[in-house]
Design a protein around this ligand. Structure first.
Ligand code: ATP
Length: 478
């Protein structure tokens, strides 16, 4: 548990989330995340995003898209299909190698991922009697069309990563957008993996969302330096989302643990388990995937014996460099992040508790303003006064085109403030009797609980100024 100094005289201490369970309970209680299919007993660690959760996820995705696709000049966006031609997964190597290693506990018959076992002990029964490890392909299968159950030609996969949809579209993007290296292609969307042991809330699920970007560079670029560059970029971006640098840790993946396509991978880990001796779990990875993907999908690549490596491909995903008059397969630096793991990290870092002067403990979700599901709550001080209610509703409607606002009169003002603090709303705007005369409202700040009087005519500008995203520093790629 980490304590941070807080200089407000009302209360000197903020406490961050002590464990994931605290967030699970807040998320369910306040409409962020619900267990999926709960009325039928749930579905093995699947989760549904509620009214506030969907806003938070959308805000994370929009922040990422804005940062990479809009604010930079070297990245395009795409949205490819979830189900691709099966040959994509054959040649990418996923059919043969996208495996987890499985072991069974001989005592309790539990089944686990071999690389996640701590101290050689079964996490269910404590025994250390394991079967031999064996591979298990984690791509989720489906069948396309009205075919017989045993028709092998109908087999298809739900994508386990969004990246392949980018690689097979490399030439489409490069030629239509007339791009020269270096440039990137970003995609956000669902991916699926038949995880052996899903769990820890939204950290590991079988259906999840990724934000992946493939950054294409020349074969003689400084690839390792570019990995470092993107690591730095993402550390900056996570800071702009409100994550504390102390809760992030860089893990250089050892050679013998690298994926089949990678020459170097750095994982950014987050302290998801502050209560444990081993608190870190992967938030995202940044991999140098070499020219592996573009070359294996290309018809002109030859194998060691001089034969076509890929006789099924009808095109060659090579690039002609005008300056050097050379043709080659670009190399790729891939930062791959998870929406759900980002959301969980953001919630854990934003969670704080504060005790007021009456000794009551309040939860305050100190979300960065750009991520807060609701930016301003408009609250009438007296809900039985039609003039006050009318004015509050009119203010809500006038703010809506510029920022997400809600109207709420379902409790006393203290309760309404506490509710908004708990879901991370940066500002509460209270309409009182005085407002009817002076055309002004009280704006209360979530983090300081300070209040100021603002003219209704200045309100939108006043709030917008204070809701600006934290800046991300984005140097040019050298
Ligand atoms: P892990 O080792 O934790 O299984 P990974 O190294 O297989 O993760 P990548 O293939 O690098 O993960 O995927 C990129 C990102 O996608 C991860 O860093 C994570 O944020 C997200 N991700 C991957 N698998 C899952 C999952 N099952 N549930 C939620 N997010 C996931």
């Amino acid at each position: 548990m980490r304590f941070t100094n807080f200089t407000n005289s009302v209360n000197p201490v903020f406490v961050t989330a002590p464990n994931i369970d605290t967030i699970v309970s807040l998320a369910k209680r306040r409409g962020f995340v619900f267990p999926s299919s709960e009325i039928y007993g749930g579905l093995g660690s699947a989760w549904d995003y509620g009214p506030l959760g969907v806003e938070l996820c959308n805000n994370v995705k929009q922040a990422w898209w804005r940062w990479l696709v809009y604010e930079r000049d070297d990245i395009e966006g795409i949205d490819s299909s979830i189900i691709l031609n099966r040959l994509v997964w054959k040649y990418s190597g996923h059919e043969a190698t996208f495996n987890d290693w499985l072991v069974d506990c001989r005592k309790c018959k539990g089944r686990f991922r071999a690389d996640k076992i701590v101290d050689n002990k079964c996490s269910s029964c404590g025994a250390s009697d394991w079967t031999e490890a064996r591979p298990f392909n984690t791509m989720l299968q489906t069948k396309l069309g009205a075919v017989a159950d045993d028709d092998p030609t109908a087999l298809a996969y739900l994508r386990p990563e969004t990246a392949q949809g980018i690689f097979v579209n490399f030439l489409n993007v490069q030629t239509t957008m007339r791009r020269k290296l270096p440039f990137g292609v970003a995609q956000v969307g669902k991916s699926f993996r038949n995880e052996v042991t899903p769990g820890n809330f939204i950290l590991r699920t079988r259906e999840f969302e990724q934000m992946e970007m493939e950054y294409f560079v020349s074969p003689d670029a400084e690839h390792s330096k570019l990995v470092d560059y993107w690591v730095e970029q993402y550390l900056e971006w996570f800071s702009s989302l409100g994550l504390n640098r102390e809760n992030l840790y860089l893990y250089e993946v050892p050679q013998d643990e690298l994926a089949h396509y990678s020459k170097r991978t750095v994982d950014i880990m987050y302290r998801y388990f502050p209560e444990r001796e081993k608190p870190w779990e992967e938030l995202m990875g940044i991999a140098w995937r070499t020219d592996y993907d573009l070359s294996i999908h290309s018809k002109n690549r030859l194998d060691a014996e001089g034969k076509r490596f890929n006789p099924d491909s009808t095109d060659d995903l090579s690039y002609f460099d005008e300056a050097s008059k050379q043709r080659f397969y670009p190399h790729v630096i891939e930062p791959a992040a998870g929406v759900n793991r980002t959301v969980l990290a953001v919630l854990m870092d934003a969670y704080s508790e504060k005790t007021n002067d009456k000794g009551e403990t309040r939860v305050i979700l100190k979300l960065s303003p750009q991520l807060a599901p609701i930016k301003a709550a408009i609250l009438p001080l007296a809900k039985n006064k039609p003039e006050i209610v009318g004015m509050a509703k009119a203010i809500k409607r006038s703010l809506q085109p510029v920022l997400r606002a809600v109207y709420d009169d379902t409790g006393g003002i203290g309760k309404l403030y506490a509710r908004q603090d708990e879901i991370g709303t940066p500002f509460c705007v209270t309409v009182d009797h005085q407002s009817l005369e002076d055309e002004a409202v009280t704006v209360r700040n979530r983090d300081t609980w300070e209040q100021e009087r603002v003219k209704v005519s200045d309100l939108a500008e006043h709030l917008q100024k204070r809701l600006k995203p934290y800046p991300v520093v984005t140097p040019e790629v050298s």
